[in-house]
Design a protein around this ligand. Structure first.
Ligand SMILES: Cc1ncc(C[n+]2csc(CCOP(=O)(O)OP(=O)(O)O)c2C)c(N)n1
Ligand SMILES: [Mg+2]
Length: 583
């Protein structure tokens, strides 16, 4: 019987309720004997469903895709073996600023106190070894006991949102089922001497932005001077806008200013790609000439939530001065190198939106960027019946994207191919170019699809990456989800072949019969198609669009040495930096 029905909230009840209050409706993970009782509570929970994945790494990637879509994610594993399987995914969320909680359950407190040699430990009575392994990849950690659980849960969940990073919670099996002790209020700022109360309403977890009003005013003053004298202003936006919940602020600023804008590939679709103002994805000197000119030659570049990474800047070949212009970080704004602390991104964007509305007449009299070269001509509609090329592949895929599509693109030819194609207004994009752990996107598709069923996932993934995490296709099918998957079969690690060792054996993979894979993994109702030409791919995507109630799996064949143009240029620069070439 549920402890909830007896009216006695347990630590597990409290934890799940707090996750539900953050919009979490699904908890990903794999059972283990230590966490089974907690899982009973999950199964009984009115607002949270359990999503068992094939392995814990899949759960971590799924929780990440979930959090990127609806704001917060959660996964549950068992001590040692489970949590270590997940840790690469958690580290990816740490790097890419994705807020989620990793909960690990170990044996009962008495077992731990006795230092017993139990399974999933190293046999030396040390139980926090893997909790310590999480310290470098989470922004807060907690060990729960009944007396501290409520405050500790709230503390770490608030930290995850403040820093937009994962947090880690460890608890013993019997702690999960123990009654929780709640002091009122349970917010992080609760006075230590707060009176004990039976079950007060907990404080909201979502932290308020900390704003230094004087710094904000000083920032806006400096920004106003800079804007008033700037002839050509360009905005460069990136993924931190999304992670720090400033997307609406950015949209308002771009709309009210009319400034041309680009994004980095890591921030693709953080701003609408369907407008006249959109310049394209900026990749340093590897960008298309028009985009590069507008960003590098602007006399005022406003950067919003930008993190410069080798994979997104053409190996740091950006041509703008990072010490000049306006730079909006998550919690600090900068004007020509002068820092204004405690000016959060969303607040700074709102302030700039008002400011440009005031300055509107000045700017309205100026063309946005008079010397820009014309936007590159749209790619030719592929007609051919010759073998499908990478160039055609991404044009055809981009044309199939709809406003309710969430595109997930895996590191490999997929990411670098699609990122240069503008997607229609409303489309969302998920990639992982910083952590760049291949196999990420397939479980992330599971998470993204569950987090928002009004959108259809379109996964673009290479054969090498898919071999890492394909088992979660079974989970996607088991849950009756109906995304579209385009698997690029180019017979191995083509991206690596382009960087080094085009014919080296280490870039080869086993040849799988992909067309059999959906049925093998339980997706027997899937629509499975193959495309060897652009025409076939167009037809396959057309069928996929109609088949809204089916999981669609399209195997698209391209040449083992065929790479998108951007990747070719990246490969040349990376190959040179890593030293030498190998045939
Ligand atoms: C977990 C992990 N292992 C290894 C790598 C190195 N790596 C990067 S891309 C890649 C190959 C991707 O091949 P595939 O998915 O087939 O894409 P393609 O370029 O062939 O389309 C590898 C092995 C990585 N990024 N992540
Ligand atoms: Mg491949």
């Amino acid at each position: 019987m549920s402890t909830r029905s007896l009216g006695t909230p347990t630590v597990a009840d409290y934890l799940l309720d707090r996750l539900a209050s953050l919009g979490v409706r699904h908890l990903f993970g794999v059972p283990g004997d230590y966490n089974l009782k907690l899982l009973d509570t999950v199964v009984e929970h009115p607002r949270i469903d359990w999503v068992g994945t094939a392995n814990e790494l899949g759960a971590a990637y799924a929780a990440d895709g979930y959090a990127r879509t609806c704001g917060f994610g959660a996964l549950l594993t068992t001590l040692g073996v489970g949590e270590l399987s997940a840790i690469n995914g958690v580290a990816g969320s740490f790097a890419e600023r994705v807020p989620l909680v990793h909960i690990t359950v170990g044996p009962a407190q008495a077992v731990e106190h006795a230092g017993a040699v139990v399974h999933h430990t190293a046999g030396d009575g040390v139980y926090d070894r893997f909790a310590r392994a999480h310290e470098p990849v989470t922004c807060a950690q907690a060990v729960l006991y009944p007396h501290n659980a409520a405050a500790e849960i709230d503390r770490v969940l608030a930290a995850a949102l403040t820093h937009s990073r994962p947090v880690y919670i460890r608890l013993a099996a019997d702690v999960a089922s123990a009654p929780v002790t709640i002091t009122a209020p349970s917010a992080p700022s609760a006075p230590a001497a707060a009176a004990a109360a039976p079950m007060p309403m907990p404080m909201p977890i979502v932290p308020e932005d900390v704003v230094d009003e004087a710094n904000l005013a000083a920032f806006l003053y400096a920004a106003r001077n800079r804007l008033a004298s700037a002839e050509h202003v360009t905005v460069l936006a990136d993924f931190l806008v999304d992670r720090f919940r400033a997307r609406d602020g950015l949209t308002r600023f771009l709309t009210s200013s009319g400034f041309p804008y680009a994004t980095l590939s890591s921030g693709k679709t953080v701003a609408d790609e369907g407008t006249e103002q959109f310049l394209g994805v900026y990749s340093g000197k590897l960008s298309d000439a028009r985009t590069r000119f507008a960003v590098d030659e602007a006399d005022l570049l406003i950067r919003a939530g930008v993190l410069l990474v080798d994979t997104t800047t053409g190996a740091f070949s950006h041509g703008f001065d990072t010490e000049s212009g306006i730079d909006l970080g998550p919690h600090c704004a900068t004007v020509d190198g002068k820092r204004f602390e405690q000016v959060p991104l969303g607040i700074a964007l709102a302030g700039l939106a008002e400011l440009v509305a005031d300055l509107g007449e000045v700017h309205a009299s100026r063309p946005a960027a008079p010397t820009l070269a014309p936007k590159s001509a749209p790619a030719q509609q592929p007609q051919g019946n010759s073998p499908l090329t990478q160039d055609e592949l991404w044009d055809v895929v981009a044309a199939a994207v709809r406003p309710t599509t969430t595109v997930l693109a895996e590191q490999g030819t997929a990411f670098y191919g699609i990122c240069t194609r503008s997607l229609t207004s409303g489309a969302r994009f998920i990639g992982q170019p910083l952590w760049a752990s291949i196999g990420y996107t397939l479980p992330a598709l599971l998470g993204a699809q569950l987090a928002d069923t009004s959108r259809r996932g379109l996964l673009l993934i290479g054969d090498g990456s898919a071999q890492m995490t394909i088992q979660e296709l079974g989970t996607i099918a088991r849950l009756g989800l109906t995304p579209v998957i385009v698997l690029v079969n180019n017979d191995g690690y083509t991206i690596e072949r382009a960087i080094h060792g085009p014919r080296a054996p280490y870039n080869d993979i086993a040849s799988w019969d992909w067309a059999q894979m959906p049925a093998t993994l339980g997706a027997s109702d899937a629509l499975v198609l193959q495309a060897r030409t652009a025409t076939q791919l167009q037809a396959a995507l057309h069928r996929a669009e109609k088949a809204t109630d089916q999981l669609v799996f399209i195997e698209a064949f391209t040449g083992r040495h065929d790479v998108p143009e951007l990747l070719q240029r990246i490969a040349e620069s990376v190959g040179t930096r890593n030293g030498g070439s190998r045939q």
